[in-house]
Write a protein that binds this ligand. Structure first.
Ligand SMILES: Nc1nc2c([nH]c(=O)n2[C@@H]2O[C@H](COP(=O)(O)OP(=O)(O)OP(=O)(O)O)[C@@H](O)[C@H]2O)c(=O)[nH]1
Ligand SMILES: [Mg+2]
Length: 315
């Protein structure tokens, strides 16, 4: 059987306070009936994704999009079709959304999203909706007070909401102590903390997830994390991206986008190849390597979740 190829535009419509996202329930008599979805539908011939999205949101919800940004593109094989879900984050719209086709429509808090039944293609979209555009990786800082100061500055002044504690020079006891301190700071501000190391670290410190080095990623055959925790990994090529997806990573960094002073010998990926890799990733990807917040807009435009950086946040 030759599968149909279906291109669908869908919207993650975010509430003004950034805490909720709008879901709709598919009518029981259609494909994936009764499941929840991000409102949207198939592109008509000659429509762009954004044009289709504008038309669909008007038809399905009675709202007009004012401002939207690409969020993630997911290719998924259903038994009867190959689907491309082209998902946009809608930050501003006019009108009061309601189910114009009789479907249920509901504002759902971000942390309750995982409790809703979605079509199989949607898991990486949920991750993308929950993740910010910027990912801070901590730099080295031996002095404890100075470390706290630097992290607090990034959280308070830069508004960072996702942090990876990377501290290769600390032994395990000191790392765990830092992790407790970082976790308290992050959670006070509603930010999430990833620990760079072994999944077993989570048995000691109740951080939000684990970030794996690419070597460690390639040595793991399955996702071994407690329920509700996130798994991310460093990747540098397609083989590592494929492996990350296979074992169920929630998101990854892909590097080095540019040549950096710390790794001058490594060839940069560059935006062109980066875009091709992201298109195949099937999960949120942060561009890493010489990135600053000025690059975030372009990173999003080529399909990434955003940028990860030490230098731009670690002042
Ligand atoms: N809109 C939307 N569709 C999704 C999501 N996830 C997902 O797998 N799909 C699938 O993508 C396809 C979208 O088609 P649709 O039924 O919304 O298309 P449409 O609004 O143009 O309706 P119609 O062509 O039936 O009139 C369906 O097979 C649906 O199950 C999602 O989050 N939102
Ligand atoms: Mg639809």
């Amino acid at each position: 059987m030759v599968k149909r190829r279906v291109h669908v535009a869908a919207a993650a419509i975010i509430s003004a306070d950034g805490r909720e996202v709008l879901l709709a329930r598919r009518p029981s008599n259609v494909d994936h009936g009764g499941l929840w979805e991000f409102p949207g539908g198939k592109l008509a011939p000659y429509e762009t994704g954004l044009e289709a999205l504008k038309r669909e949101l008007h038809e399905e919800l009675g709202v007009e999009i004012r401002r939207a940004q690409p969020l993630i593109r997911i290719h998924h094989e259903y038994s009867d079709k190959h689907i491309l879900l082209d998902v946009w984050q809608v930050h501003d719209f006019a009108g009061e959304p309601f189910g114009r086709e009789g479907q249920a429509v509901r504002w759902v808090p971000m942390d309750e999203l995982v409790n809703y039944p979605f079509p199989a293609a949607n898991l990486p979209i949920l991750r993308a909706v929950m993740l910010p555009t910027e990912y801070l990786i901590t730099g080295e800082e031996a002095n404890e007070a100075r470390f706290i100061e630097r992290l607090a500055r990034a959280l308070d002044e830069d508004g960072v909401r996702l942090v990876q504690l990377r501290a290769k020079s600390l032994d395990e006891a000191d790392y765990l102590k830092r992790a407790e301190q970082a976790l308290a700071l992050c959670h006070e501000r509603g930010a999430r903390l990833m620990l760079n190391g072994e999944p077993s670290l989570l048995e000691v410190v109740a951080a939000d997830g684990i970030h794996l080095t690419s070597d460690r990623l390639m040595s793991l055959e399955r996702r071994a994390l407690p329920e509700g925790k996130w798994l991310s990994a460093s990747t540098h090529d397609l083989r590592q991206l494929d492996h990350a997806r296979r074992i169920g990573c929630d998101f990854v960094t892909l590097s080095p986008l540019r040549t950096t002073p710390s790794h001058p010998e490594v060839a940069p990926i560059g935006w062109h190849d980066f875009q091709q890799l992201v298109e195949r990733a099937g999960m949120p990807v942060f561009a890493l390597g010489g990135m600053t917040r000025f690059d975030a807009h372009h990173a999003r435009a080529v399909g990434a979740q955003g940028i990860a950086s030490i230098r731009d946040f670690w002042k």
